[in-house]
Write a protein that binds this ligand. Structure first.
Ligand SMILES: CC(=O)SCCNC(=O)CCNC(=O)[C@H](O)C(C)(C)COP(=O)(O)OP(=O)(O)OC[C@H]1O[C@@H](n2cnc3c(N)ncnc32)[C@H](O)[C@@H]1OP(=O)(O)O
Length: 320
């Protein structure tokens, strides 16, 4: 064989050989693996045994009663929590407040299980008390109010948040969240933030979404009733359910809570109206009306603008 032939056909022959060997090895390995699998009956028995063992190991603890309606979060503030001034970013604190309130509200709504249902609260809003599956029950954030940034928080401090249910209405609850910043090195703790959140209790239900209608335009969503808000990604809808009520609440606390509840309801109901008034009100029209009026003149002591203008007009009329 000449060296020319070797250089021409050698690499091709080598690659074919290596391909054949690797295919043979792979097939043999696969066959061995198949042989190792136990028959189906045995394998299912084995699986059941393993599942039983892991179930025995998994202990599900009930949420302690003192934690119901309470939430707690703690975290050291890191460099990436900082804003341009080097303090902790307000958005970081807001997010943690949302999480902490969410813990308290969800622990609260999860008191509603099959065992404590009474089946008497179907008030035509689609809510029945027979909660099928606790994983479908949740509290969703409706409103965040009274967010107070009392003092700045610094990187390196320990942020500790405490949330507590302070009022319940038929379908919503008020959660108060307090935030503390602790300098662990110096042993100093400061009250940095306070917020009030309102959560609404809902149940997720499967819903067949008419995608053709929904995808036409954003406007088509506006036709969907508010109590059937749709989670497009999961094809589920939220249905309002009753909020578990606070018991053993002092009458003063109850009336204070009622007042805060009525106030936020009133505010929500009138925000739309107020913005409509602002939008429809032309500034130029307002300026015209303001300067046409004589009321301001009459309040001033001495000759009014209108009186002076009359004198000047008479002067020009007679002398020019
Ligand atoms: C956990 C999270 O962070 S979830 C993420 C953020 N949140 C969300 O995505 C929720 C989006 N919003 C919604 O889905 C809806 O607005 C809901 C479910 C909150 C309310 O639905 P609506 O159909 O508007 O409720 P509707 O007007 O019938 O009121 C039902 C109850 O909720 C209360 N509610 C409704 N909106 C609000 C609100 N913005 N703030 C406080 N309470 C509210 C009402 O007071 C009422 O309770 P009541 O019967 O005890 O008086």
């Amino acid at each position: 064989m000449t060296s020319e032939k070797i250089t021409k056909w050698g690499p091709l022959a080598l690659s074919t050989l290596s391909f054949a060997v690797s295919s043979y090895v792979l097939l043999k390995y696969q066959k061995q693996e198949d042989k190792q699998l136990p028959p189906t009956d045995e394998s299912s028995k084995e699986l059941k045994k393993i599942e039983k063992k892991s179930e025995e190991r998994t202990v599900i603890y009930p949420i302690p009663s003192q934690d119901r309606g309470h939430g707690h979060l703690s975290r050291i503030m890191a460099i990436d929590d900082a804003n341009a001034y080097g303090n902790v970013h307000g958005g970081t604190i807001l997010k943690m407040i949302g999480h902490c309130g969410w813990i308290a509200a969800n622990r609260w709504v999860h008191q509603r299980t099959k065992s404590n249902s009474n089946g008497d609260d179907d008030d035509g809003k689609g809510e029945h008390d027979t909660i099928m599956d606790s994983s479908m029950v949740r509290a969703v954030l409706g409103r965040m109010e009274q967010m107070k940034f009392r003092e700045p928080m610094f990187v390196g401090e320990l942020a500790s948040l405490y949330a507590k249910i302070t009022y319940t209405s038929k379908h919503s609850c008020e959660v108060q969240v307090d935030v503390f910043a602790e300098n662990v090195v110096k042993g100093i703790r400061r009250h940095t933030n306070h917020a009030t959140l309102w959560f609404v209790s809902v149940r997720m239900e499967p819903h067949v979404l008419d995608r053709s209608a929904a995808s036409l335009s954003r406007g088509s969503f506006l036709n969907i009733s508010k109590s059937q808000i749709i989670d497009v990604s999961n094809d589920t809808k939220m249905v309002l359910i009753k909020m578990p009520q606070m018991d053993r609440i002092a009458s003063e606390e109850q009336s204070d809570g009622d007042r805060r509840y009525q106030f936020q309801k009133y505010e929500r109901a009138h925000v739309g109206e107020f913005s409509q008034i602002v939008q429809s009100f032309e500034l130029s029209e307002w300026m015209d009306r303001m300067f046409q009026t004589q009321d301001f003149d009459q309040l001033r002591p001495g000759p009014t603008v209108s009186t002076l203008s009359h004198v000047i007009a008479i002067f020009f009329f007679f002398f020019f």
